[in-house]
Structures are given as structure tokens and as C-alpha cells.
Design a protein. Structure first.
Length: 165
């Protein structure tokens, strides 16, 4: 029985890949896809999203528009939430409730957003399953340019709850 449980868990985890999330972007968030936002790495506790400064996503100051950075940062947190929800095998809704951003340098070149807060989601999911109550939690995404210099830091407050039948 334990071997079957491990097999099912592996199958669930294997279903959500960077490629599948990028396909999801194409159909459900086309503005992010057109701007070049792409998931590069997705694991239980870590998600990496990149976007390259181009004409389509620039601002009048010849750097990346803040909203494109926000889309990328949000995806790095949201993909982790989706990953953990899929892993739980429960019907759970997710929604951004709040966000904070800090921009420290002009974003040019390829910007990489990394979120390392996957462990926060698992705890919140277990709590919402156990109590039936919605849960909120903050996740941080840090954007760095090709030299490793931080260009932005964004925090997103996610709200999750069990979907009613």
C-alpha cells in the first residue's frame, strides 16, 4: 500500500512541469506569454521564472515595465502554489490577496525571479484541509539581472481554501 501511495504521489508531481505551466500561460495568460515570461525550474520548494527585456515589455525609460516584472514574480510564487495544490490531490482555490513591490535597479537583459517559499504552502494546505478554513500566507520572489544584481523584490499574499462541492 505504501508503494502505491508513493507511486501516486510521484505521478501527481510529474504532471506539473515548467513546460505544462508555460503552455497554460499561452492559453490562460497570453499577455505574460507574449511578454516572454517563462518557467524554467519548478520543484516542491523552489520556482525559477525568467523574462528578457524586449521591445514588447519595455517602459519609456528603456527598461522592463514594472507589470512584466510583477507577472514574472507572481508566477514564481503561483506556480509553487499550483504545484503544492496538485500534490495535495484536493480541490483548493487560490487567489492573490495582496502584494508589495520594491524596485531597486533598472531591469534590462534577462531577469530571473526566484521563489524559495514552497514549504509555506504545504503547511497552509494541510491547515486548510484539516480545519476547512481559508488560509493566507506571504511568499517572496527576488528578481536579479544577468550579473546577479537584484533589480526587484516582490511579496505576494496568497489566499487558499477548500472548494465547496
Amino acid at each position: 500500500m505504501k508503494l502505491f501511495t508513493i507511486f501516486v504521489e510521484i505521478q501527481i508531481i510529474m504532471q506539473l512541469t515548467p513546460s505544462k505551466i508555460n503552455t497554460f500561460l499561452f492559453f490562460k495568460l497570453p499577455s505574460a506569454f507574449i511578454c516572454g515570461v517563462r518557467v524554467k525550474q519548478l520543484e516542491a520548494a523552489k520556482c525559477v521564472v525568467t523574462v528578457k527585456h524586449r521591445w514588447i515589455n519595455q517602459n519609456p525609460f528603456n527598461s522592463m515595465y514594472f507589470a512584466v516584472q510583477a507577472m514574472s514574480a507572481e508566477l514564481s510564487t503561483g506556480a509553487l502554489v499550483m504545484y503544492q495544490i496538485k500534490k495535495s490531490n484536493k480541490k483548493i482555490s487560490m487567489l492573490v490577496a495582496n502584494n508589495k513591490a520594491n524596485f531597486t535597479k533598472k531591469a534590462t537583459g534577462r531577469i530571473t525571479f526566484t521563489c524559495l517559499d514552497g514549504d509555506k504552502i504545504e503547511t497552509a494546505i494541510l491547515n486548510t484541509i484539516a480545519t476547512g478554513e481559508g488560509q493566507t500566507f506571504w511568499m517572496k520572489s527576488i528578481g536579479v539581472d544577468e550579473t546577479g544584481t537584484q533589480v526587484s523584490e516582490m511579496d505576494f499574499e496568497w489566499s487558499i481554501k477548500i472548494k465547496s462541492n
